[in-house]
Ligand binder design. Structure first.
Ligand code: GDP
Ligand code: GDP
Length: 426
């Protein structure tokens, strides 16, 4: 229910991660779902309190939250207020959650002080799998709560596709043409087998081949229209997209040539970026645009401006309806996937970094002179590099950006993010 501290708890859970990732992309983030990590386990946190249904009655909001709990969540944290004690609304909400066959943890918030601890025990009446007293203000009980959450998280099922299969997720706002485009892609190519039931209960993946390459479109079922309640809250369908992104290699961010780009498009792109996925920007409904020789390059210019934090993503122009230019997508996807798993040898990498530094030596930052000793690639999907430095604090973000740009000039990383991690070494 409102004001128990859901948003505060959400921020506590993801705070550190936001602090790490926020600086790079320069975009506003949707604060409703974010990735969190505890004891090496990663999970997505959904703040249902972030939903605004201003003129909807309370009941509608609760119902919508329960629907999320049933459909999307693996673990439910029912947040209550230890100061106000248990109220009828708590019982009411718990009753609605009764049907949900998922772990329910009751977090009794605002237990800022030992003296409130006895009040926690009341909440055992609600049932649930456990009751944990917390204070989001003081950070009390957070470790206990997170321990309990990761303990009841289900093990991630492995996707049944081999390493060479490119997992594609189509994402974008409602009505941009994701379903039509999926059909156009599948219609164009050979669909191998019947759709595979994916990891989430009602996710359906559709595998196909194009040339020698095997692909799978992640969660085609999610691209179908949802129920009315679901659709009335646009954000909910985005949740589904988030899960598809998590399971994909290459994200096709679909936008509609007929409508202007809005924050939501950027949020979705930002999420894919956060999760280190390769990406293609697909402009659909290209048939609706009056074109001349300059149109496409004008569009590219405009889109590069809108998505400044994604300078490296290829842009495709298609019409799902008229099945125009659909085949142009496959080479772009393949290329992005190839770059997404590119490995750079340590010697060549160090050569490039050394050259970059001697060409443009770093200025002192935080009164410290940066020294880079050594670089090595530690991961693919996306390519991730560790730089051993004298002092991470001495790295200005613009200098890190410069190094990243040098890497991009030297190696083909089109379509994929790359990550640079700094490690201190004496
Ligand atoms: P939500 O509506 O459930 O998302 O609740 P919010 O996170 O917006 O918090 C509601 C109010 O409770 C705010 O005024 C918070 O400052 C306050 N609050 C949240 N956590 C705590 C806490 O641990 N202790 C105290 N005393 N107040 C808290
Ligand atoms: P989704 O909500 O993103 O899955 O979008 P849909 O695939 O359901 O498409 C939404 C609407 O846009 C439908 O009326 C489609 O017929 C229309 N549409 C989809 N692709 C195109 C296209 O390439 N050109 C035009 N003119 N309309 C399209």
């Amino acid at each position: 229910r409102p004001n128990v501290g859901k948003s505060s708890l959400f921020n506590r859970m993801i705070g550190e991660r936001l602090a790490i990732t926020d600086d790079a992309s320069g975009i506003t983030r949707d604060r409703m779902y974010a990735q969190a990590e505890w004891l090496g386990k990663q999970f997505n946190v959904i703040d249902t309190g972030g939903i605004e249904l201003s003129d909807a009655p309370f009941l509608t909001e609760i119902k919508a939250q329960v629907e999320i709990a049933i459909e999307e969540a693996d673990v439910i944290v029912m947040v209550t207020d230890g100061r106000s004690g248990m109220v009828d609304d708590d019982r009411f909400i718990m009753k609605m959650l009764y049907a949900v066959k998922k772990p329910i943890l009751i977090a009794v918030n605002k237990v800022d002080d030992q003296k409130y601890v006895p009040d926690i025990y009341d909440f055992y009446q609600l049932g649930g799998d456990d009751v944990i007293g917390i204070s989001t203000h003081h950070g009390i009980g957070m470790g206990d709560l997170l321990d309990r959450i990761v303990a009841v998280l289900p093990e991630k099922e492995a996707d049944p596709y081999d390493e060479s299969t490119i997992r594609i997720a189509l994402i974008g706002r409602p009505n941009v043409g994701k379903s039509s485009l999926t059909n156009a892609i599948l219609g164009e190519e050979r669909v191998i087998v019947s759709p595979i039931q994916g990891t989430t209960t009602d996710a359906i993946d559709t595998p196909f081949t194009s040339g020698d390459q095997s692909y799978v479109v992640i969660d085609t079922a999610g691209l179908r229209k949802r129920g009315k309640l679901w659709e009335s809250v646009e954000k909910y369908s985005a949740l589904r997209a988030m899960q598809a992104i998590d399971r994909s290699d290459v994200v096709l961010l679909v936008i509609d040539a007929e409508t202007v780009i809005i924050e939501q498009d950027k949020h979705i792109a930002g999420y894919a970026l956060d999760h280190s996925k390769a990406m293609i920007l697909v402009v659909n409904k290209w048939d609706t645009i009056q074109k001349n020789d300059a149109t496409m390059s004008e569009w590219i210019q405009k889109l590069r401006y809108e998505f400044q934090f994604l300078t490296y993503i290829p842009i495709a122009f298609v019409s799902a309806k008229n099945k125009q230019r659909i085949p142009t997508l496959f080479p772009l996807i393949q290329k992005a996937f190839e770059n997404y798993q590119r490995r750079i040898s340590t010697s060549v990498l160090n050569e490039v970094i050394t050259d970059a530094i001697s060409l443009n030596p770093p200025k002192d930052h935080n009164r410290i002179k940066l020294k880079v000793y050594y670089a090595t690639q530690v991961a693919i999907k996306c390519p991730t590099f560790v730089l051993f430095v004298n002092e991470p604090e001495a790295m200005h973000f613009s200098y890190q950006r410069y190094l990243e740009n040098r890497l991009r000039e030297r190696f083909d990383f089109e379509g994929t993010p790359i990550k640079i991690i700094l490690r201190k070494r004496d």
